[in-house]
Unconditional design. Structure first.
Length: 208
């Protein structure tokens, strides 16, 4: 690493709980000089006002400007995001009752939504007719009631759902992220990009 160079890395979105937000709270800092690292890390980049949550959108150019005000001779290399979001959240966690209420609401939405989707899919593709035709092709007779096909299908659906979500208690069926996990991360990333672009257009981004 070159002397006189400070590397900073910012994430797309960082959450903080202290009103006095320092650079070390929103970025990783690396330099050979420990004293310099501490001095830069303690730069106050923003002070939250009032008693409500805030979202502050920064350009990394503003961070570089702040660093150069106290250390004009050093070189700052950014290896993270060019623009990023800092979310200030008031200290304290929501009540357990509210958390369980939201959990129950999500469970009900997922349960009834999945049930409705499965029923409409089965009706749309005429699953009963498919099973009847398949049974006739294999056995040569028409089935008069339920068969192993319906039983296997009914068992396979919940097993497939369990494998898809793959998040129950503290254990997982496998280590790689699930499709829904990936979609949630993609949604979060696209949301952050939209917030940053809107702030830039409206002149609300903290720039140089």
């Amino acid at each position: 690493m070159r002397d006189g160079v400070v590397y900073i890395k910012t994430e797309q979105n960082t959450r903080v709980v202290n009103k006095r937000i320092m650079l070390q709270d929103v970025a990783e800092i690396y330099t050979n000089d420990t004293k310099l690292k501490k001095e830069i890390g303690e730069i106050v980049v923003y002070t939250a006002k009032g008693d409500k949550d805030e979202k502050i959108i920064f350009s990394v150019m503003k961070i570089i400007e702040m660093i150069h005000k106290i250390q004009p001779d050093i070189i700052v290399e950014n290896i993270g995001e060019a623009d990023f979001i800092v979310e200030f959240r008031l200290p304290g966690s929501p009540s357990k009752l509210w958390k369980y209420t939201k959990l129950c609401a999500v469970i009900l939405i997922v349960f009834f939504g999945s049930a409705f989707t499965i029923m409409t899919f089965n009706t749309d593709v005429s699953v009963d007719d498919v099973f009847d035709n398949f049974y006739y092709l294999v056995t040569g007779t028409h089935k008069s009631g339920g068969s192993a096909l319906e039983i296997a299908y009914s068992i396979g659906i919940p097993i497939g759902i369990l494998g898809f979500y793959n998040h129950f208690n503290h254990s997982k069926l496998r280590e790689d992220p699930t499709p829904i996990h990936i979609e949630m991360r993609n949604y979060e990333e696209e949301t952050n990009k939209a917030i940053i672009q809107d702030a830039s257009r409206e002149g609300k981004m903290r720039k140089q």
